[in-house]
Ligand binder design. Structure first.
Ligand code: ATP
Ligand code: MG
Length: 418
């Protein structure tokens, strides 16, 4: 079926209010197997609202209309709905009763203005709104079922959950719409979006019933799979097959799925192996520690980390030798290696992870330009070092560095234990 959204309100067109109602509805509609086909936003202007009601109802099966049900003169939606349907506005006894009860509870006098909120187009179904004074109403116009909701997000959300979505499900049932959806989000890090796209393109061709979507959430790139089927089982099967093919081509670039966080995945690997990791951070300034400790229970597998910027602190806290620093410089493979080894000595952790680099915008040289970052991992099988070159400003370099360091660790944790 075709579902549309119509938001009304001048504040949505002046930038004063951002439409957060529609995404709320869309997110919850999708699991029912429907996707919003179009969203329209109009101001508190009679002609605009009327025209939008007529056009959306002529092409959609269901329209979610919100806003403009309040008591003030700029609240025109009910009037426009009546005009569009060619019916008068009538006072709903049920709505008026609820309104009176609501005002009595609060000890406020009901003004004629407020009474307006009990007016609904003749023939509309009235649904009481427990969180506000304007009721919701449902009206059939042309081929469409129109749901009129107040714009106030708290009221809107409750009515969407309890009244609109169940009705849309029922409409789908009556129409015998049999489209079902299944979703999977595959999360990668360290793979540019264009590479992700290129790797996955041949897979997408072989799975026409699955929509492939890409989303960047730096430093991560996500691949969203949405499968359609005539039954939930068919959608699930189409999804599983596409997912398997994606996993084959992306392999270990995929660190997690759906809502899994990078640090959570690493934490789970450490816990499963009964191992711990300690950090020595320059360049990332404690950001990796922050990411790791965002996971509840971190102290079980994260004894601690050192933020070591001055050479003296690299020597004092993680045992980097003065000689290594003076020979190779702070941003160098030997220093990164000694940082990782030193923090293992200091903490007794299974793994020592270190970062040193030039986040910029100052401090770059021809030999070591801004964005040069070295990570090292010391573990049961010795120490490995990697040199990276990241683009972007200071913030981006630090974000990329932290993600890259965690990736080095994650890949090591995917190998069989000693
Ligand atoms: P009221 O009885 O409060 O007048 P109403 O149905 O007339 O309710 P509006 O006047 O359009 O609704 O909006 C009420 C409040 O809800 C306003 O603060 C408005 O900014 C907010 N609002 C309206 N539409 C949206 C939306 N799409 N997303 C987020 N907030 C919204
Ligand atoms: Mg209003």
């Amino acid at each position: 079926m075709r579902v549309e959204v119509l938001c009304t309100g001048d504040e949505l067109l002046t930038g004063l209010t951002v439409d957060t109602n529609s995404p709320y509805f869309m997110e919850r509609l999708l699991p029912l197997g429907e996707q919003v086909a179009r969203t329209t936003i109009v101001g508190d202007v009679r002609e605009e609202i009327l025209e939008a009601l007529l056009t959306t109802s002529a092409r959609a099966d269901a329209v979610l209309v919100s806003g403009g049900l309040g008591p003030t003169a700029d609240d025109l939606t009910a009037e426009c709905a009546a005009e569009a349907a060619g019916v008068p506005l009538l006072e709903s006894a049920e709505a008026l009763h609820a309104l009176e009860a609501r005002f009595a509870r609060r000890g406020i006098l009901l003004t004629p203005n407020n009474r307006r909120q009990a007016l609904v187009p003749k023939g509309a179904e009235v649904v009481l709104n427990p969180n506000g004074s304007a009721p919701m109403f449902v009206l059939t116009l042309h081929r469409a079922t129109l749901f009129f909701l107040p714009g106030v997000p708290r009221e809107y959300r409750h009515l969407v959950d309890t009244e609109v979505l169940p009705r849309i499900e029922r409409l789908r049932g009556e129409r015998k719409d049999s489209g079902f959806l299944a979703f999977r989000l595959l999360r990668t890090v360290g793979l540019p979006e264009s590479h992700l796209d290129a790797k996955v393109a041949p897979v997408a061709k072989l799975h026409p019933s699955v929509t492939f979507g890409f989303r960047t959430q730096a430093p991560e790139n996500h691949l969203k799979l949405m499968a359609r089927g005539r039954s939930q089982e068919a959608a699930n099967a189409a999804l599983a097959s596409a997912e398997r093919a994606c996993r084959d081509v992306l392999g270990p670039y995929i660190f997690g799925q759906d809502t899994q966080k990078h640090a959570e995945v690493i934490a789970a690997l450490l816990v499963a192996r009964g191992e711990t990791v300690a950090l020595a951070e320059s360049c990332t300034g404690g950001r990796i520690a922050d990411l790791l400790t965002s996971v509840s229970g971190a102290s079980a597998w994260f004894p601690g980390g050192a933020v070591v910027y001055a050479n003296a602190m690299k020597e004092a806290w993680v045992g980097v030798r003065g000689q290594t620093l003076s020979t190779h410089g702070a941003v160098s493979e030997p220093v990164a290696a000694e940082m990782a080894e030193g923090v293992v000595r200091a903490t007794g952790a299974t793994w020592g992870l270190s970062v040193t680099g030039i986040a910029g915008p100052t401090g770059g040289t021809a030999e070591k330009p801004v964005g040069t970052v070295i990570t090292a991992l010391c573990g049961p099988r010795g120490t490995s070092v990697q040199r990276h070159r990241f683009a972007g400003d200071r913030e981006q370099v630090r974000t990329s560095s932290a993600a890259a360091a965690l990736e080095v660790l994650r890949h090591a944790l995917l190998e069989p234990g000693p």
